[in-house]
Design a protein around this ligand. Structure first.
Ligand code: GCO
Length: 444
């Protein structure tokens, strides 16, 4: 593998792009339901229309082909495959994913499939969602169905996308679907998620010959705002929680609870044998990095007693998400994962930036800031590689602008602009052309 070509790609996800939330027998996802609630989404938008990907996937595959980007990472929507989460299969939904995979292969694009990118069937949420231990069996069944149908054509699989993000924002803070809050719901969801990760990986291995299996984790380099002992401890706690809480158990190292005593109730949730079931047999770690976090001690913040100091407050450059632009973070995150003994190789499965874009009078989108962001981050990935870290690929988030969860459609992450006012028209941005060129010139 080490001698092989570096893996260049673009990423996307079902709930952010497909739209067609009820088309052809699809069931509702927790995001379809959550966006109906008042005041949850900044611009009051919903998963409709997304980018219209369900109907326009061929246009997008043509763009990927035109740009000669060799790899496309996308996710399957669980409620499109199983409208009720379990029980009868929606064949029209699975047919769509077959067409999508075949469409990739016909164009010489290698598909990378994420099984779960946050769109749990709402029918399962009504039974407790990720907090119900039965979810492990529900997920196992869903993964078996998908891998049996697509496993003859897809070898690259990712089990879950960013467990910390969906458990933290969805089950602790309530900012994301399904909007649950509190420590109790978080620890239940977290344990069931970790057990589903290892179970999912096992099921893929059973059904897919020569499977290449990973799962993706959000990683941000964390630094204390000062050298004081309190700030340093605060930063260590945030690092344990944000970066290691799901990665460590997946690597067989158990939960990092030493500094996170307030989460030790997760041990009470464990059944005999769970400890050994947490480790997932992964061939790669999907690392997703956007920024760094600067942290200070905060006695008012419940449980963790730490808070983030925003880039704006520090007069540092930041994106439309408010996230600091600090390319060294991706370097440090890669080194951090690669330094864990026996850690599998790393593939950067997401990196990118939201900036305001506009179409100029010539019809082009000249997104210089995004272009520089990508260039500087890719340089850091290459530096990590040449320093001897086993990093094997890089995917930009995202192919097109799309639905950015609770932020709605305002933040644009795409290499391709979507005109929401004009029939979802696609325009390749300067960053997209630049990336295509970069891949051509740095293929190896
Ligand atoms: C995530 C998801 C993506 C996001 C992207 C930008 O990391 O939150 O994987 O779906 O859109 O990261 O926030």
């Amino acid at each position: 593998m080490n001698q092989q070509k570096f893996i260049w790609g673009v990423s996307a996800s079902a709930a952010q792009t497909e739209g067609a939330s009820l088309a052809d027998g699809k069931g509702l996802s927790i995001w379809d339901a959550f966006t109906e609630k008042k005041r949850k989404i900044a611009d009051h938008s919903s998963t409709e229309p997304g980018t219209g990907f369900y109907h326009r996937y061929k246009d997008d595959l043509d763009i990927i082909k035109e740009l000669q980007i060799p790899n496309f990472r996308f996710s399957l929507s669980w409620p499109r495959v199983l409208p009720e989460g379990t029980g009868s299969i929606n064949n029209k939904g699975l047919d769509f994913y077959e067409r999508l995979v075949d469409g990739c292969l016909e164009r010489g694009i290698t598909p990378w499939v994420t099984l779960y990118h946050w769109d749990l069937p709402q029918a399962l949420e009504l039974k407790g969602g990720w907090t119900n231990r039965d979810v492990i069996g529900w997920f196992e069944n869903y993964v078996a169905i998908c891998t049996k149908r697509l496993g003859d054509r897809v070898t690259n699989w990712m089990v879950l996308n960013e467990p910390m993000a969906f458990c933290g924002a969805g089950y602790f803070l309530g900012m994301h679907a399904p909007g649950r809050t509190g420590r109790k719901s978080f620890v239940k969801a977290a344990l069931n998620t970790s057990l589903s990760l290892s179970t999912g990986a096992e099921v893929i291995r059973q059904h897919v010959a020569k499977a290449y299996i990973g799962s993706t984790f959000s990683m941000s380099h964390v630094e204390p705002i000062s050298n004081s002992e309190k700030d340093r401890l605060a930063a260590e706690k945030v690092d344990d929680l944000l970066n290691l809480f799901f990665l460590y158990p997946a690597l067989g190292k158990g939960y990092p609870l030493k500094r996170l005593k307030f989460l030790s109730s997760i041990l009470d949730e464990m059944k005999p044998g769970d400890e050994n079931r947490l480790k997932a047999e992964l061939d790669f770690i999907g690392l997703q990095n956007y920024t760094r976090e600067v942290v200070k001690h905060s006695w008012i913040t419940p449980f963790i007693k730490a808070s983030m100091v925003s880039a704006k407050k520090r007069n540092a450059p930041y994106t439309e998400m408010g996230w600091e632009v600090w390319p060294e973070s991706i370097y440090k995150s890669i080194v951090k994962v690669c330094s864990i003994p026996n850690s599998p190789p790393v593939i950067v499965t997401e990196n990118g930036a939201a900036f305001v874009d506009s179409i100029d009078e010539n019809g082009s989108v000249n997104d210089v800031k995004r272009l520089y962001y990508l260039r500087d981050h890719i340089d850091m990935v290459m530096k990590a590689k040449s320093d001897g870290n086993d990093v094997r690929g890089y995917f930009v988030w995202s192919l097109t602008d799309n639905f950015e969860w609770a932020e709605g459609y305002r933040p644009r992450f795409g290499l391709v602009h979507i005109d929401y006012e004009n029939n979802l028209r696609r325009t390749i941005k300067s960053s997209g052309r630049w990336y295509a060129n970069h891949i051509r010139e740095n293929g190896i």
